[in-house]
Design a protein around this ligand. Structure first.
Ligand code: NAP
Length: 300
């Protein structure tokens, strides 16, 4: 069993901020991630709302945060998925090791929700995508669709216009949920078309996506939209399955905390998108991570 002062699970902005603060406070800090560090933001093509950084990519921002955490002594372990946890005993297990800490900070974030329609699973990686940053360049000069009406859907629709000939944004209502500033940018863009009150019934194609079957939920009218790709941005689900029977969560599985990021278990904290909170931004995730690290280090 390896001993640490602080073990942080999840190396997105919340986990990395916690790591920067904890290691800078002299705590022996381990940061585990199931893949490469970064979380959701790693896939974001454009970050324009992180104060002090006018415009950057998620990848660049994360690279800097990792370097910063390591410079203060954080041990960052990528590809170290926590597969078992005994939070009461402050123990976690990965495939290769077991760790014990005085404090555990859960910053496991959330993941994309699936549409759950026929064709979605079969055509993943062959036209169905949850990452415009990764897959957008494959659709140069082609027609693609985006499903959703939130910040992610609109932001990635805008990004896709850098590659695709036309991007059709399909939304189940007649009003977007996204920030007004981004909505205006999208409405002004000639490459973007909007399909309102529309739901995807199936994703069709043999070796790749060829079309979407749609239904207008106001008129009941059915139609087919020929596209080479579809990007799905319909919200998130928390990565908290491993902890739900040990901690208090809300009905969707987000971990409940106090304003000091304390969970129902002493010495166990949660921060960022995995936590029950009204706003999920990089700035709120980094704030959560900061609070969790300072409180767990005995600062408050
Ligand atoms: P979101 O805000 O939850 O939006 C999800 C969208 O998908 C909504 O428009 C919703 O429709 C739609 N939807 C949900 N389930 C659906 C289904 N089964 N079929 C069809 N449509 C469905 O998710 P998000 O856009 O991923 O954003 C998540 C969080 O990250 C938000 O807090 C957001 O502000 C934040 N974020 C911020 C930025 C930024 O500031 N730059 C960028 C990305 C994300 P309804 O509108 O009808 O509910």
């Amino acid at each position: 069993m390896e001993e640490y002062n602080t073990v942080i699970i999840g190396a997105g902005p919340a986990g990395l901020s916690a790591a920067i603060y904890a290691s800078r406070a002299g705590r022996k800090t381990l940061l585990l991630d199931k893949a490469t560090p970064g979380g959701q933001i790693y896939l974001s093509s454009m970050v324009e709302n992180y104060p002090g950084v006018k415009s950057t990519s998620g990848q660049e921002l994360i690279k800097t945060m990792v370097a910063q955490a390591e410079s203060f002594g954080t041990e960052v372990k990528p590809f170290s998925e926590v597969i078992e946890s005994d939070l009461k005993q402050k123990q976690v297990k990965t495939k290769d090791s077991q760790y014990h800490a005085e404090n555990i900070i859960i910053a496991t974030g959330n993941r994309w929700r699936k549409l759950g329609v026929p064709g979605e699973d079969d055509l993943v990686g062959r036209g169905v995508s949850y990452c415009a940053t990764c897959d957008g360049p494959f659709f140069k000069g082609k027609n693609v669709a985006v499903v959703g009406g939130g910040d992610s859907a609109v932001e990635e629709t805008l990004h896709l216009t850098n590659f695709a000939e036309k991007v059709t944004l399909i939304h189940r209502r007649d009003e977007l949920r996204a920030e007004k500033y981004m909505q205006e940018k999208a409405f002004e863009n000639e490459r973007i078309e909007f399909l309102w009150n529309s739901e995807v019934q199936s994703i069709n194609g043999e070796s790749g996506v060829e079309s979407l079957s749609l239904k207008n939920n106001k008129t009941g009218e059915e139609s087919r939209l020929p596209v080479a790709g579809v990007f799905i941005y319909i919200g998130m689900l928390p990565n908290t399955e491993l902890f739900r029977d040990q901690l208090e969560t809300d009905e969707r599985g987000y971990i409940k905390t106090t304003e000091k990021m304390e969970t129902a278990l002493s010495g166990v904290f949660a921060a960022g998108d995995a936590r029950h909170s009204p706003v999920k931004q990089i700035t709120t995730a980094t704030a959560d991570g900061t609070i969790a690290a300072i409180v767990s280090s005995g600062g408050h």
